[in-house]
Design a protein. Structure first.
Length: 193
């Protein structure tokens, strides 16, 4: 769908310069999605892998974040192998609803109630990011946390439109359950993509 150079705004790698590759296609259907234009897979042109890698190499950072849509709708083996061959660290942001492909330095699993992750994704995740839209999402967060490895970072992130209402609840939750961390969409505060 698009590729751009920016600052990773959320999660464990927040604040790092990164080249984002946003792949088209998603059938998870989150009501709060801020890139709904990514949903139709056929609405976006196919680009040769060597062109994607060449564009990424034009930027000084060697961190690539592959996101979507839902990036795992595509087989990512060749793309990530090519990126790693030329020195990139490869991170993915996924709902986990499709089989894991690709070679990853970091897997951010952000499961959605609308289409749950495949079982094998949980143990591969380095980071579990739960979007908190309402109070019931804390229960969902604990159910999901029980499925990941003990080394997986646990993050609670307010859905942007609900941040004023949910942030105080998240703060109190993390204070009483410190295995969790707060994640914010800092790129929105910085007004960058």
């Amino acid at each position: 769908m698009e590729a751009f150079y920016t600052i990773q705004g959320e999660g464990s790698h927040s604040g790092r310069a990164a080249y984002f590759i946003r792949l088209g296609g998603c059938d998870v259907g989150c009501v709060w999605c801020d890139v709904k234009e990514s949903w139709p897979v056929d609405a976006h042109p196919s680009i040769e892998i060597q062109n994607i890698v060449a564009d990424a190499l034009r930027q000084p950072a060697r961190l690539v974040v592959i996101t979507g849509g839902e990036p795992l709708m595509h087989n990512l083996d060749e793309l990530t192998n090519e990126l790693q061959t030329v020195g990139f660290e490869t991170n993915i942001e996924t709902s986990g609803a499709y089989p894991l492909s690709g070679s990853w330095n970091w897997i951010c699993l952000s499961p959605k109630k609308f289409k749950k992750p495949l079982p094998e994704i949980y143990q591969a995740a380095n980071e579990l990011k739960i979007i908190v839209f309402n109070k019931s999402d804390f229960k969902w967060a604990e159910e999901q946390a029980a499925l990941v490895s003990k080394d997986c970072k646990l993050l609670l992130q307010p859905e942007w439109s609900q941040a004023d209402k949910m942030m105080p609840l998240i703060v109190e939750y993390v204070k009483t359950s410190p295995k969790w961390r707060v994640s914010l969409q800092t790129h929105k505060f910085m007004q960058i993509p």
